[in-house]
Design a protein around this ligand. Structure first.
Ligand code: BTN
Length: 283
């Protein structure tokens, strides 16, 4: 899809200044920034190029879901990545790399995001951002290019009113200061590309694992229609999910249909007896 880019409004004009960003394109409205970035990459756009849209009408999410981006409420963008041949063994870490970059950028605002494996970013246990990694292969050991799409809910209008499979939140609910979105996007790009060439390094895996939601806690994994109770252990070298099932077996998942925290019924009952931890005991 070859749509001519728009002229950024005044608050976006300085975006990218001071960043080693090769090029970026601003759109007022597109069906999906993924399609625009893929077309641009096919025409030769280099690693790091960014496509940003104020309004996405047919945004794509993982697992064939839709990703709604109402005008001016969120950040919806796609990045072009051109993996190096020596990164062939580490491509499965790309989703974690992207989630880590987003998490690091939010940490820069004093927030404490967690990453729900593989790459949902949570604030206060609810999803604030999602990542979609789409690879295009030609010949060779690595894709010709990968388009990494990131959607971050900024203002309340970005959170869909209908109940979602997993609860959503937005940055505004956790950060009570004005949020200039161009500054936020610059921060995101900066963090993402600070970590980009560490894909093969143990440090990236460690940083991803340290931020993993529910680590050491009971979870419910849905896989091929089966519900598996387990404790989330962490990541494999590839960035796959490692759990210990309630039957005591260690299992690795390369993909899951659903991952949920599981509060064991006993601790729920105990909490009801004791009252919430933050309340003083009744006198
Ligand atoms: C998810 O399901 O969690 C991934 C959501 C990814 C949404 C982003 S918004 C920018 C880019 N363009 C799209 O169509 N999708 C991604």
């Amino acid at each position: 899809m070859s749509l001519p880019p728009g002229v950024p409004p005044s608050d976006w004009r300085g975006f990218g200044r001071g960043l080693p960003l090769p090029a970026w394109r601003f759109y007022a409205q597109v069906p999906s920034t993924q399609d625009i970035a893929q077309e641009w990459a096919r025409r030769g756009a280099s690693e790091g190029c960014l496509v940003y849209a104020e309004h996405q009408t047919q945004g794509r999410g993982r697992g064939g879901r839709r990703w709604i981006t109402p005008p001016g409420q969120a950040l919806a963008f796609s990045l072009i990545v051109r993996p190096l041949p020596q990164e062939a063994a580490y491509l499965s870490r790309l989703p974690g790399w992207a989630a880590l970059g987003v998490a690091r950028a939010l940490e820069g605002f004093g927030l404490q995001p967690r990453i729900k494996w593989p790459n949902d970013i949570l604030l206060g246990g609810r999803k604030v951002a999602g990542v979609l990694v789409e690879s295009t292969w030609a010949e060779g050991p690595v894709p010709a290019f990968v388009v990494v799409g990131i959607g971050l809910n900024v203002y309340r209008g970005s959170v869909p009113p209908e109940p979602l499979a997993f609860p959503a939140t937005c940055l505004e609910e956790h950060w009570q200061h004005p949020i200039p979105r161009p500054r936020l996007l610059a921060r995101l790009w900066h963090e993402l590309f600070r970590w980009r060439y560490r894909l093969a390094q143990p440090l990236l895996l460690q940083a991803w694992e340290e931020r993993l939601a529910y680590r050491g806690h009971p979870v419910l994994v849905r896989y091929r229609g089966e519900s598996i109770r387990a404790v989330l252990l962490g990541l494999t070298q590839e960035g796959f999910l490692r759990v210990r099932t309630s039957a005591g077996e260690e299992r690795v998942f390369t993909t899951v249909e659903q991952l949920r925290p599981l509060v064991p019924p006993s601790s729920r009952a105990q909490r009801l007896v004791q009252g919430p931890a933050h309340e003083p005991p009744a006198s």
